[in-house]
Design a protein around this ligand. Structure first.
Ligand code: ADP
Length: 660
């Protein structure tokens, strides 16, 4: 926040320095004479000014007159006075008609005239003039000699050609009095005449002014260009947020505008870029920039902006843009006032929106509001400056730089917040993971202990129930109970073994590997599964695999194979098929178990090998199990450097392939 406050102070100071008069009060021309005999041109003498004076005030004005002869004679009875800087539009001149009658005429933008000013100096010195692009072509004479010109002056549209370059002119005179004649014609712009101040100063100071102005423009346009690119890249990296894209376009539009306005650097780079093109670009950047900026605000505060107002501004500015592209500059420059009104209304609407967003506690609306106020003030300043209401200079690009600063601050704070959030979340996830692992260990430990505890009485139940089934003197019904108890105790015993094996496998069990015939292993497994085979009436089909030897921990591998075979039986239909095939594959052996059972939907193919996972189906409820069979099979095979995979479809049977 300190940075924001500091920036606030700097920007306000720049604004105040830019607007306030400095030191000596600059004299104004009166009745065509500007007395500069007391003006100190040398800034180093402590006058408090930069020594540059605007040739403002009352100039002599000769409407529809160009001087004639070498001594530049002008008809004295047509002499009039006009305020400079100001466009001559709306100025009232007196005109003598052919019948000798004197009538008053309000002049429009089109036409030609001569301006004259006498400047009184204390002494002759090396001076220079900064002449802005006065609208729209001129010839400048000093003490009866032509000094410079812009475009071609003429008395009609056909005979004249407009120009748009700011001139820095050296005055080679040591005369105490300067007589300045400016012959202007305009048939290409709505506003004409000396509408911007001409500046006079020591030639060195004027050149310094040029360097400062151009550097300022390049500095600001550089910032705008880089920020435009930066926001485009932000959008490229995070497409879901469109706001950087709009802001990037806006920066680029103002970047182009900065090159056209101010010292019109673009015209220095491309001297052939004519006035019409420059005006078109200047107007388009505003007509397109405004809706782009509104879209930008809409992307940030969608609930605060009224869509109809947004659309209305967009359509009206698009229509104006179309006019700017189609019409000649003389006509479209007449609608500047409409553009300015829309712009001011949009600015007020923007401020209203931001206050609303601030009230609704929208994230970042406070910083956005401060930046926007700076930018708005600078834009209003520019509108008033361009309309000759105030004489401050152009500040909108600087205002935008201030806005960008706040924007960047907002962006950085969002990034750092996202970074901190992500860090905190990572820590939370890490802690949760550790906690889950700890709980998992506790659960396994608990299950192992429980299994141990249950196994001791279970062995007793198992033994006695078997004895009951074998006792000849007992009635058949009691023997039947014994058989049920024996069966259930058997199930329970095998679950307990499974649970204990899980813990053993996870604490890196040592394998006792030796070569064994696969047919032997299979025979043993099928023998223990015989009751299940009989229950389902399934006869396993075994492909000839007599010569296949496997090097494995027979107990564990037998357990894995048994689990897969058991599933192939219990999840099979009555009278179903169970095909078992083993074949050599490379260095190892591939065993395939294919059943004609209920099958497994593809979404569960990965999950069935997880601990305690059972597919939710009617048959699963009927088949007793805890979801450890395939988990153990996979673990055991992995310990042997092998694998197990499944291919199956619901209702189409399954194939389990073991590779070892
Ligand atoms: P359990 O059989 O104890 O439930 P398993 O880990 O052996 O656990 O199997 C997990 C799940 O995979 C079973 O619940 C069953 O739904 C499904 N399953 C395993 N083998 C087959 C098979 N051959 N046919 C259909 N479903 C099977």
């Amino acid at each position: 926040m300190i940075a924001v406050k500091l920036f606030f102070v700097i920007v306000v100071s720049i604004f105040l320095v830019g607007c306030s008069p400095k030191g000596q009060t600059p004299p104004k021309a009166v009745k065509g004479v500007l007395d500069l005999r007391d003006w100190d041109f040398d800034p180093s003498k402590g006058s408090g000014t930069d020594g540059i004076i605007n040739l403002d005030g009352e100039w002599e004005f000769y409407w529809k007159e160009f001087p004639v002869g070498e001594s530049l004679e002008l008809p004295a009875d047509n002499r009039d006075f006009i305020q400079v800087p100001r466009a001559w539009n709306g100025h009232i001149v007196k005109r003598t008609t052919d019948t000798g009658e004197v009538v008053e005429e309000t002049i429009s933008g089109e036409g030609y005239a001569t301006y004259r000013l006498k400047v009184l100096l204390k002494e002759g010195m090396d001076l220079g003039l900064r002449v802005p692009a006065e609208a729209t072509s001129y010839e400048l004479y000093l003490n009866n000699k032509i000094l410079d010109k812009l475009g071609i002056i003429g008395t009609s549209k056909e005979s004249s050609y407009p120009g748009i370059i700011i001139k820095y002119i050296k005055i080679n005179t040591y005369n105490k009095n300067l007589e300045i004649y400016i012959l202007i014609s305009n048939f290409h712009s709505a506003r004409s005449g000396l509408w911007k101040s001409i500046q006079l100063g020591l030639y060195g100071t004027i050149l310094n002014l040029r360097v400062t102005n151009i550097s300022k423009d390049i500095f600001i346009s550089g910032i705008l260009f880089i920020m435009g690119l930066y926001h485009f890249s932000l959008y490229y990296l995070r497409r879901e947020d469109i706001s950087p894209f709009y802001f990037g376009i806006f920066c680029m539009l103002i970047f182009i505008r900065t090159l056209i306005m101010g010292e019109s650097y673009l015209n220095i780079l491309f001297p052939n870029l004519n006035l019409s093109w420059s005006y078109t670009i200047e107007y388009l950047t505003i007509c397109l920039g405004t809706p782009v900026f509104i879209e930008f605000m809409y992307s940030l505060f969608p609930n605060e902006i009224n869509k109809n107002i947004k659309k209305f501004i967009l359509y009206i500015l698009l229509i104006i843009s179309l006019n700017v592209v189609i019409l000649p500059s003389l006509h479209f420059t007449k609608i500047l006032i409409i553009i300015q009104i829309i712009l001011i209304l949009s600015i007020l609407y923007g401020i209203y929106i931001l206050f609303k967003a601030y009230n609704n506690h929208r994230e970042g609306s406070n910083i956005f509001l401060i930046g926007f106020i700076f930018f708005s003030l600078s834009m209003i300043n520019d509108i008033l400056f361009n309309s000759n209401i105030i004489n401050t200079g152009l500040y909108a690009p600087a205002g935008l730089v201030a806005f960008i600063f706040f924007q960047s601050y907002l962006l950085s704070s969002r990034f750092s917040k996202a970074f901190t959030d992500a860090k905190e979340q990572r820590q939370l996830v890490q802690t949760a993971k550790e906690e889950i692992e700890r709980l998992n260990c506790t659960k396994d430990e608990f299950l192992a202990n429980l299994s141990h505890e249950i196994k001791t009485p279970l062995v007793t139940i198992y033994g006695y129930s078997e004895m009951i089934t074998l006792e000849e003197n007992l009635p058949e019904s009691t023997k039947e109970y014994g058989r049920e108890i024996f069966k259930s105790a058997g199930h329970l015993n095998s679950y307990m073994d499974d649970v204990l094996l899980v813990t053993d496998l996870e604490t890196n069990l040592q394998l006792d590997k030796k070569p064994v015939l696969f047919s032997e292993l299979l025979k043993d497994s099928l023998r223990t599964l015989d009751p299940f085979l009989q229950e389902k009436n399934i006869l396993p089909e075994i492909s000839d695999s007599n010569d296949i030897t496997i090097t494995c921990d027979t107990l564990l591998f037998g357990r894995a194979l048994g689990n897969v075979l058991k599933n192939g039986i219990v999840y099979n239909q009555a009278d179903g098929t169970l095909k078992i095939r083993a074949e050599k594959k490379g260095q190892g052996v591939q065993i395939s178990v294919v059943d004609s059972g209920i099958g497994i939907s593809s979404e569960y193919h990965g999950k069935i090998f997880e601990k305690f996972f059972r597919v939710d189906s009617n048959l699963s409820y009927e088949v007793s199990g805890v979801g450890l069979g395939l988990f153990l099979a996979k673990k055991i095979l992995e310990l042997h450097g092998g694998s197990i995979t499944v291919s199956s479809e619901l209702g189409q049977g399954s194939e389990f392939v073991i590779e070892i």
